[in-house]
Structure formats: C-alpha cells, structure tokens
Write a new protein. Structure first.
Lengths: 186, 93
C-alpha cells in the first residue's frame, strides 16, 4: 500500500521502470531466443550450402561417367577392330596364311621370312618381316597395294623391285623384296 | 599406337608415281624405295632425251628431293645405262 502510494506520487519512476522492464524483456528475448536461433539458422544454411555443393559435384561426376560410358560405347567397335590389327603371339600362322592369300589373289610367287616367336627376336612388340615376291609388275604392284590394305599393322621400310637373277633377260617377271615390321599385341 | 601409324608409308603410291612417269624409251632394272636411303633407280634409256624426261618427271614429284644423277648418265646419246638417287620426304607424301 505504501509502495503504491509512493509510486503514484512518482509517475516518471513508474514509466522508467516499465520501459526498463520492457527493454530487459526485449533484450532477454533477443539474447536467449532469437540470437541462438539465428546462429542455428546460419549454421544450417552453411551445411545446406556445403551439401548442395557436394551434390553438384556428385551430379557432375555422374554426368562425366555417363559421357565417358557413351564415348566408350561409340569407340568400342573401333577398339575391337584395333585388336585384329596386331598379330597374336602363337597365332602367326593366321598372318602367314593371310599373306599367302594376297599373293595367290595377285598371281605372285612369294617367300616369307618372319622372325620366330623367340623373345630375343621380338623388339618393341614387333616382328621382322621379309618378303620376296616374283611376278609381273602390275601384279606385284597390286600385291603391294593389297598388303597395305590389310587390317594388320604392317610398316614397310624397304620396297625393292629388281630383275630376278635366275630369269632370262627376255622375261617380264620382276622380283619384289619387302622388308618391314609387323606388330604383336603383347 | 600413333608411333606405329606414323611409321606407315603408302609405298604403292610412290611406285605408281614412278611407273606413271616413265617415258616409253625407258626400262627400269632396279627400283628401290627405302625409308632410310630414299630412292635408287637403275635403268636403260634408248635416247638421252628419254632419260632427261624421266629425270625431270621424277624431279617434279613433291616428295622427292636432292635427285642426284652421275655425269655418266649423259655421256652417251643412245642406249644409256643410268642410275638416279634421291631423298624421299615422307612428311610431304
């Protein structure tokens, strides 16, 4: 009762106390409720951003994998073709018979000298090849063209046309000597 | 792989070019094309002009350079045994 009477006599004090309490309430609300929530929201926002970047990276990786897979599918037939361009060790006979077929198709007599599949003779996955072919010039030229068209990798170093020593001078037969490299798939 | 592919030379094109540039009076007895030593040709020419035509034709081929011809090739006017040598520029082929 006495306090009430006292306060009634000092209205500015009441107003000051009211404002003070209101300020305390506001500051308390800000300090204990709003600020921790802002901090939480900020932290969550950062985590969301990191998660988003991580997801974007995963998406890009996924895209790259899809692109790589698509590109691989595109070149897969070519890769399979590459496999047939090399002589498989132990399967030299297929290569030799292919050369024989080419010679036969072009009416050319052929002698092949191919280094054996001895490790000492294989250098840089390659195999030395020497061919002596006898025939008419046009046939020999077509034979050479057909050899160059073969699926095998065959790099010739020397191409030499000459008159065969054992043929009469009037003969139109020529000798073609080839030296080069065929390649192994090791 | 690219090294292998780079080493490939289409020799038949070069042989075709040489044969297409042979004048009628020329007969070749030896034609050698090598990566390392270039072109070497031995042959017989009926007339000196035939030989000169052949030599000039070869000189016009874009991948042949430094064509060398010994003086003996031009010392007689008929039935010439000649030889020619030149470098093959593989990048220009």
């Amino acid at each position: 009762m006495m306090l009430n009477a006292y306060l009634l006599k000092k209205p500015h004090l009441v107003a000051g106390l009211t404002v003070g309490l209101a300020l305390l309430t506001v500051l308390g609300t800000i300090g204990f409720i709003i600020w921790p929530n802002i901090k939480t929201i900020f932290t969550l926002n950062q985590q969301i951003m990191l998660e988003r970047e991580s997801l974007e990276m995963l998406y890009q990786r996924g895209q790259k994998i899809r692109q790589t897979t698509a590109q691989y599918e595109k070149i897969k037939p070519t890769l399979e073709q590459f496999e047939t361009m090399f002589i498989k060790p132990g399967d030299e006979l297929t290569f030799v018979t292919t050369l024989e077929q080419v010679a036969k198709q072009n009416s050319v007599n052929q002698k092949i000298n191919l280094a054996k599949t001895d490790d000492k003779l294989i250098t840089n996955k390659s195999l030395n090849l020497q061919v002596q072919a006898i025939g008419q010039f046009n046939n020999l030229l077509n034979y050479l063209k057909d050899l160059e068209k073969l699926d095998y990798y065959l790099n010739l170093e020397t191409v030499r046309f000459s008159k065969p020593a054992d043929q009469p001078k009037t003969s139109d037969l020529l000798q073609l000597n080839l030296a080069g490299t065929a390649f192994y798939k090791l | 792989m690219s090294e292998i592919q780079h080493g490939f030379i289409n020799w038949s094109n070069l042989v075709s070019d040489v044969s297409l540039n042979l004048p009628l009076g020329i007969e070749l007895s030896y034609l050698s094309l090598e990566k390392s030593n270039g072109l070497t040709v031995y042959g017989q020419a009926k007339q000196r002009d035939d030989y000169l035509t052949f030599k000039n034709n070869l000189a016009k081929l874009p991948y042949l350079s430094n064509l060398s011809s010994p003086l003996s090739n031009i010392l007689t006017s008929q039935n010439i045994d000649f030889q020619l040598a030149g470098q093959i520029n593989l990048t220009a082929e």
